[in-house]
Write a protein that binds this ligand. Structure first.
Ligand code: CTP
Length: 402
């Protein structure tokens, strides 16, 4: 029996040519044993008929707030509680915009706003709409709020233009749902502490020493472990990105604040991942007022070392705890990463080499190799940081249970 057997899936359909694929998606879900409740927008009905969909799902299709026949109210709240997952496929630019901004002018959006289960969004639109900053911002906002975006693919579009915007194939959407339900709670009952982002060390009230870390890798890890059932605390340096609402977020600025926040929480953490790019040095003195340029040819800053958070906590690690670090190396990567793992008393380390194009800071992608103390080595391809987080969680899952 498959993992979708008996699962309640709400399938939201909005008005795109790709709505025809919703028919095969419904069929595949039903074949896998799921119960499918379809909610369609008025524009969606222009592309595919409710008769086809209700025949395939063996349930009435919901589209209006009130049933036209007898005036019964369709309760979006009840649907939100019934569902184990909601999939919006196809999700048009308009639907994505309404989801991001709470424009509840149809049944699909009211259902979405009342949804208690995880939501998967499969965009479908023309390439210029897919690339528009408003679409990208709305999708980013939805991802930050914990929705899963099923990226559209490149190919020929309804306009006959070729580019990104094709809805992902129904088979792939079903396998993403299967993966979600398979591994959904393998970290349940675990407490996870993650550091992420840069730290900023004040020179004066307006200037600081910092680095280009975006925090994205650590945020992706926090979201991944939270999705898989862990209780996650994320100690995040200054970053414009945010984790999903399932993650406890502790925002800090300096390395010393990051260490203090970690020390408060490490005692109960089963797993700690140090993904932050901590500034190794801070100014010995930070001026209380803005340092003036006038009359000064040179400015000397005296720097003192910051605490090493991973090494400090690693030195007091309990046998039941599993600690993982990151190593960003420009050369002699493997040996140096292994040395760092030993020096900081870590159980495993993630190496990302600065020599790999697309890896490391300020990229949405990363290419990593994982090592552990037992000598295991796993090298991965260049992937999105979200996909890398998935690989890292799989790597840890095997070892926590061992
Ligand atoms: N780290 C930390 N606190 C620091 C410095 C690093 O917790 N003050 C952690 C990082 O989060 C990472 C690991 O230690 O998990 C390695 O970080 P990296 O900057 O590569 O190592 P450093 O010890 O700073 O060595 P170097 O900069 O000399 O390569």
């Amino acid at each position: 029996m498959g993992v979708l057997q008996g699962k309640h899936i709400v399938l939201g359909i909005s008005g795109s040519i790709a709505a025809y694929k919703a028919a095969s998606l419904t069929r595949l879900l039903v074949k896998a044993g799921a119960e499918v409740q379809i909610v369609i927008t008025p524009a969606g009905k222009e592309f595919i008929t409710p008769i086809t969909l209700s025949a395939l799902s063996s349930r009435p299709v919901i589209s209006e707030f009130f049933s036209g026949r007898d005036g019964t109210w369709n309760s979006h709240v009840d649907i939100g509680l019934w569902a184990d997952a909601m999939v919006i496929a196809p999700a048009t630019a308009a639907t994505i915009g309404k989801m991001a901004h709470g424009v509840a002018d149809n049944m699909l959006i009211t259902t979405y706003l009342s949804m208690k289960a995880p939501v998967f969004v499969a965009p479908a639109m023309d390439l210029d709409m897919a690339a528009h900053p408003s679409t990208l911002d709305n999708l980013e906002l939805l991802a930050q709020r914990g929705n899963y975006i099923i990226e559209s693919q490149s190919g020929e579009l309804a306009s006959h233009l070729v580019g990104k915007g094709r809805m992902e194939e129904p088979e792939v959407i079903v396998s993403i749902l299967e993966d979600y339900f398979t591994e959904s709670l393998d970290f349940e009952g675990r407490r996870v502490l993650i550091t992420a982002g840069p730290t900023h060390e004040a020179i004066d009230p307006v200037r600081f020493i910092g680095n280009h870390s975006s925090g994205r890798m650590g945020i992706a890890l926090a979201d991944e472990f939270a999705r898989r059932g862990a209780e996650v605390s994320l100690v995040l340096g200054p970053s414009s990105l945010k984790p999903s609402e399932r993650v406890e977020l502790i925002s800090v600025t300096t390395a010393e604040e990051m260490l203090a926040a970690c020390q408060e929480r490490i005692g109960t953490a089963h797993l700690a991942i140090f993904a932050a790019a901590v500034a190794d040095y801070r100014p010995r003195y930070s001026s209380a007022t803005k340092i003036k340029r006038e009359g000064e040819d040179c400015l000397e800053l005296e720097l003192v070392q910051n605490p090493d958070i991973a090494a400090t906590l690693g030195a007091a690690k309990e046998p039941w705890q599993y600690f993982m670090g990151f190593a960003l190396e420009s050369d002699a990567g493997v040996e140096e990463a292994k040395r760092k793992m030993q020096r900081k008393h870590l159980d495993a380390i993630v190496l990302n080499s600065l020599q790999d194009a697309g890896a490391g800071f300020a990229h949405p992608t990363n290419k990593v190799t994982l090592f552990d103390r037992e000598g295991a080595i796993e090298a991965y391809e260049l992937k999105t940081k979200e996909a890398v987080a998935h690989d890292i969680a799989d790597f840890v899952a095997k070892r926590l249970d061992a």
